[in-house]
Design a protein around this ligand. Structure first.
Ligand code: CA
Ligand code: CA
Ligand code: CA
Ligand code: CA
Length: 405
C-alpha cells in the first residue's frame, strides 16, 4: 500500500521522529514550533530535532517545590560515589520489567496501552494526595516532568511519546500494532519532557524520579528510552548530562538513546547528548530502513558512538485517541531496542543493564551497509538477543531423586 506522507512534523524539535504518515488520517496534532525555538534545523524532510537551544518560556518554569526529590535533595552529593547506602535495606524488585519512556506523555487510556502501563501500587488515583510520599501527587502511571504533576499525558509531544510506548508494549489484541514486549513489560511514562524547563533540566529531574522510584520504592525499572537528544557544546552541560546518566548506571538502569536524524551525518566527535555519552549503561541506536536492509536515509551514524541500528521507518504504533499511525525516525528505532532489552530482563531478571547491553551488541546481525557506520557493523537481532538472555539463566539445581523403591 502506498503510504501518503504528510508534511507537517508531528513531534517536538528535540524529538527524534522525522515524519509521520498514516493511512487512517489521524487528527492533526502537530506541535507548533514555539517562540524561542531555532527552526533552522527544519529540513525539507521534516527532521527538526536539531534546535540550537530551547530557552525556558517565560512564566513556564516549574516551582522548585515540585521537585522535592530533585538533585538538591538526593542522598548522594555530587562528586561522591552514587552508590546506594548499603546500610539501607533495598526494596526487592519483582514483577515485570518496567521501561520508562521519557518523552512527551503517553496516552495511558489508549485501548492498546491501558493494560500495558505501570501502575504505582503506592498511589491512590485522583485524591490529590501524594500517598507514597515520593514528592508527586497522584503519579499513577508515571509523572509529568514539565509541570511536576502526576499526569504524564499533558503537554507537547504526546503523539510522539504514545507512539514510542506502543512500539514497546502495545497489546497483542488483534487491533493496531503489537509491541515487541507486549505482555512482558510495562511502560512508565515520564511525560512533559518538552514543557516547563529545558531538555537537560527535565532529563535530570526525570532521572531523579526514576532512580528514587527504583531504589526507594522498589519499582522494577530496568531501562529508560531516550528518543530525543541535542548537541551540547559547553563542558558544564556535558558534565550535567553525564552525571545524570551515571545516576541511571548506579541504579542499574539501561539508557537506550537515539542517534540524530541528520540525514546521513556522522556523529563521531559530536557532543550529542545523551546519545554519545560513553558509559557502559548507554546503548545508542541508528535507524534501518523499512526493509531492515540499509541505514535509513534520515538516520545519522558514527562508528565511534553509535552501537547498532534497528528498523525505524514507517513503523505503525499507537497515537492518542485510540488511533494508530506510521512514523519514521531514530525515535522509532530506539524503543525497538528498549523493548528487546525488556524481553531479555523478563527472561533473566538477574541480568544487569550492562550485561543486557553487551548481549544486544554481541548478537547483532552483521550488515554490509553498516560497516564503518556503527560500532558493531550490525543491526538488532531481536530473537538472537532474547535467546542469549535465556541462555544465561542458570539451570535450577536438580532436586535429589527420591528413592522410589
Ligand atoms: Ca487494552
Ligand atoms: Ca506520589
Ligand atoms: Ca494520590
Ligand atoms: Ca494491539
Amino acid at each position: 500500500m502506498e503510504i501518503n506522507r504528510k508534511s507537517p512534523p508531528s513531534v517536538g524539535p528535540t524529538a527524534r521522529t522525522g515524519e509521520s504518515s498514516s493511512a487512517k488520517a489521524p487528527k492533526a496534532k502537530a506541535l507548533t514550533v514555539r517562540d524561542g525555538f531555532d527552526t533552522q534545523g527544519a529540513r525539507p524532510s521534516n527532521f527538526v530535532d536539531r534546535p540550537t537551544g530551547r530557552p525556558t518560556p517565560p512564566g513556564a518554569s516549574v516551582p522548585a517545590s515540585a521537585f522535592t526529590y530533585g538533585s538538591s535533595n538526593v542522598a548522594v552529593k555530587p562528586g561522591a560515589t552514587n552508590k546506594v547506602d548499603p546500610s539501607k535495606e533495598k526494596p526487592k524488585l519483582t514483577g515485570e520489567p518496567i521501561i520508562a519512556v521519557i518523552d512527551g506523555g503517553v496516552d495511558f487510556k489508549h485501548t492498546d496501552l491501558d493494560d500495558a502501563m505501570w501502575t504505582n501500587p503506592g498511589e491512590v488515583a485522583g485524591d490529590g494526595i501524594d500517598n507514597d510520599a515520593n514528592g508527586i501527587k497522584d503519579d499513577v502511571h508515571g509523572f509529568n516532568v514539565g509541570d511536576g504533576g502526576g499526569d504524564p499525558f499533558k503537554g507537547d509531544g504526546t503523539d510522539h511519546g504514545t507512539h514510542v510506548a506502543g512500539i514497546i508494549a502495545a497489546e497483542d489484541n488483534g487491533k493496531g500494532n503489537t509491541g515487541i514486549a507486549a505482555g512482558k513489560a510495562k511502560v512508565l511514562s515520564v511525560g512533559g519532557l518538552y514543557d516547563g524547563a529545558d531538555l537537560l533540566t527535565n532529563f535530570e529531574r526525570s532521572v531523579d524520579y526514576l532512580v528514587k522510584m527504583k531504589t526507594e520504592h522498589g519499582v522494577n525499572i530496568r531501562a529508560a528510552n531516550a528518543s530525543f537528544g541535542n548537541s551540547y557544546r559547553d563542558a558544564a552541560s556535558q558534565e550535567r548530562w553525564t552525571a545524570a546518566v551515571q545516576k541511571l548506571a548506579d541504579a542499574d538502569i539501561l539508557l537506550v538513546a537515539a542517534t540524530a536524524n541528520g540525514n546521513g551525518s556522522n556523529m563521531n566527535n559530536v557532543p550529542d547528548m545523551p546519545a554519545n555519552i560513553d558509559l557502559p549503561n548507554v546503548i545508542t541506536v541508528a535507524s534501518m530502513d523499512r526493509n531492515n536492509d540499509k541505514l535509513a536515509r534520515f538516520s545519522s551514524h558514527g562508528d565511534k558512538v553509535v552501537d547498532l541500528a534497528a528498523v525505524g521507518e514507517d513503523v505503525l504504533s499507537t497515537v492518542p485517541g485510540n488511533q494508530w499511525e506510521e512514523m519514521s525516525g531514530t525515535s522509532m528505532a530506539t524503543p525497538t531496542v528498549a523493548a528487546t532489552a525488556a524481553r531479555m530482563f523478563a527472561e533473566n531478571p538477574d541480568l544487569t543493564a550492562v550485561q543486557v547491553r553487551d548481549l544486544l551488541i554481541k548478537t547483532v546481525e552483521q550488515d554490509t551497509d553498516l560497516k564503518g557506520k556503527v560500532i558493531t557493523g550490525g543491526k538488532l537481532d531481536i530473537n538472537a538477543a532474547i535467546d542469549a538472555a535465556k541462555a544465561t539463566v542458570e539451570p535450577k539445581p536438580q532436586t535429589p531423586a527420591v528413592a522410589t523403591r
